[in-house]
Design a protein around this ligand. Structure first.
Ligand SMILES: Cc1cc2nc3c(=O)[nH]c(=O)nc-3n(C[C@H](O)[C@H](O)[C@H](O)COP(=O)(O)OP(=O)(O)OC[C@H]3O[C@@H](n4cnc5c(N)ncnc54)[C@H](O)[C@@H]3O)c2cc1C
Length: 458
């Protein structure tokens, strides 16, 4: 009992003093992690806690584990499996297998971090603490939030039931449903093949239309194209946010007779009659229109996870509220965030998370040393717009929608080489560079490719 009380007191003292004591000290090995069992919960203290072991969280934890050593960084992640989700576009088109996109979580998380195989269920940033699903209380000096997005399939009436019961309804956004896409594409003989884009921010905003192009190509190769209407119903009013790439995509949809219906938002699926109901977003009377389908690829509405949305960490729109350049939280200076769950006004991609990680690690290291953030994120993001099984438009741009192309060629053109990058080079960069906290995006390559002279403006 005496030991427990002493230990508990030390937890309080270690923690309450540590932020101040550490400023300028930078000697993390002096921080002692202690744990003790209480009647109802377990209290652990870490120098750094990372929430989420996806692209951004894994990369960040890998870097700081190297810097701080064993036992000082905890990563909270409930999933047994890590997925390279970017590959799911190719899985949906039958060009890769789901297995190629997945690794056991234990094999990608850094060995020097403590993996707490649970969800964070409550954030208490005023007290530098959070609670996990088993009721464990974790205290930290520094918190990094990288909890990704929640897929809200249930916000579309009938969609979950349709995904579970109708073989012709699929979704590349979920490990369970992405393997339905290719068989469903192959099975279509005639009728409407419908692809949707929801009325919320989503991860990889290009992915809902990449599968349109791949699907259309599959129909052509199978000889069924003439009997199938390929329809892309999107909530947006443009094909792509950056005009340079949107122009190419408009040409492609015109040339390949893909019908695009803007401002159409999927609100209901009726698997029994194979009908999909769309809200017409520009209708003042809230009108809807119904399409019959013989194939439906649904991209679900998305949000930050509920537990993040209900925490003091978010802005009014429910996104973790960080400074768009430093990635430091606007209210809690010992909290940083990166990736899809943030308010960063750029396209939510793993490529963006890689660049963000590069900035975050410098800035968080500076803050740990009692200094000001030194690096600034420019909004870099990238979207390999696969337009066929050997073609890709590699979109790269910043916060202002200015292209930031890595290669000294016009990347708005469909290219075989960019497909090879997407299918073969990027997975290597992801698993062997990003997840190990080494790859920080292509800024260095871009400089080299443009002979250090800044990129060519197209
Ligand atoms: C079909 C598809 C195609 C894509 N294509 C591309 C592409 O071509 N290029 C590209 O760059 N990006 C692409 N992306 C997007 C990319 O996968 C994401 O942007 C990237 O994974 C974001 O990283 P993240 O760390 O923010 O989130 P994630 O990688 O999603 O990781 C979030 C992690 O947080 C965990 N988590 C959630 N809630 C909690 C909690 N309460 N407690 C603890 N842990 C929690 C989750 O289990 C998950 O492991 C694509 C995505 C999809 C689905």
């Amino acid at each position: 009992m005496a030991a427990a009380v002493a230990s508990r007191r030390c937890v309080g003292l270690c923690f309450s003093g540590s932020l101040g004591q550490l400023a300028g000290q930078g000697n993390v090995s002096q921080i002692v992690k202690r744990s003790l069992s209480r009647t109802h919960n377990v209290l652990s203290v870490y120098k750094m806690v990372v929430v989420g072991g996806g692209a951004g969280g894994c990369a960040t934890a890998a870097h700081f584990c190297r810097e701080m050593g064993k036992g000082h960084v905890a990563i909270i992640e409930p999933s047994e499996t890590h997925a390279y989700q970017s590959m799911w576009t190719l899985v949906g088109a039958g060009l890769k297998t789901l297995g190629q996109s997945q690794r056991p979580m234990s094999s990608v998380l850094p060995s020097k971090c403590d993996w707490i195989k649970e969800s964070a269920v409550k954030f208490d940033p005023e007290n530098n603490s959070l609670t996990t699903s088993s009721g464990k209380q974790i205290q930290y000096d520094y918190l990094v939030v990288a909890a990704g997005l929640q897929l809200n399939y249930d916000q579309v009436k009938g969609l979950t039931e349709a995904l579970q019961s109708d073989p012709q309804v699929c979704s590349n956004y979920h490990a369970q449903y992405v393997t339905k896409t290719f068989p469903a594409l192959e099975a279509v003989q005639s009728g409407n093949a419908i692809f949707t884009f929801p009325n919320t921010p989503i991860k990889c905003a290009g992915a809902p239309q990449k599968i349109v192009y791949l699907g259309e190509e599959i129909f052509r190769n199978k000889g069924t194209r003439d009997k199938i209407d390929v329809i892309y119903n999107t909530s947006l009013n443009v094909l792509f946010a950056v005009e340079k790439y949107a122009a190419t995509l408009r040409n492609i949809v015109q040339k390949r007779h893909i019908k695009v219906n803007y401002r159409h938002n999927l609100v209901e699926v009726k698997p029994d009659s194979r009908e999909a109901v769309f809200q017409l977003l520009d209708s003042e009377k809230g009108e809807t229109t119904t399409f019959s389908y013989s194939f439906l690829h649904a991209t679900p509405p998305m949000s930050a996870p509920d537990v993040v949305r209900s925490s003091p960490l978010v802005n009014a729109d429910g996104w973790v509220d960080v400074n768009k350049h430093t990635l430091q939280h606007t209210q809690f200076p010992n909290v940083f965030a990166l990736g899809d769950c943030t308010n960063l006004p750029t396209s939510k991609t793993a490529a963006a998370a890689a660049s963000q990680c590069g900035v975050l690690k410098h800035n968080l290291s500076a803050v740990i040393k009692g200094k000001q953030p030194t690096h600034s994120y420019d909004g870099y993001t990238s979207c390999p717009l696969v337009t066929g099984k050997n073609k890709c438009v590699l979109a790269e741009f910043d916060y202002d929608g200015h292209p930031m192309e890595t290669f000294p060629v016009d990347q708005s053109k469909e290219r075989w080489s960019m497909y090879q990058m997407k299918a073969h080079v990027m997975p290597q960069l992801y698993f062997h560079g990003l997840l190990k906290g080494i790859y920080e995006g292509p800024a260095m390559f871009r400089k080299v490719m443009h002979l250090g002279m800044g990129e060519k403006k197209h």
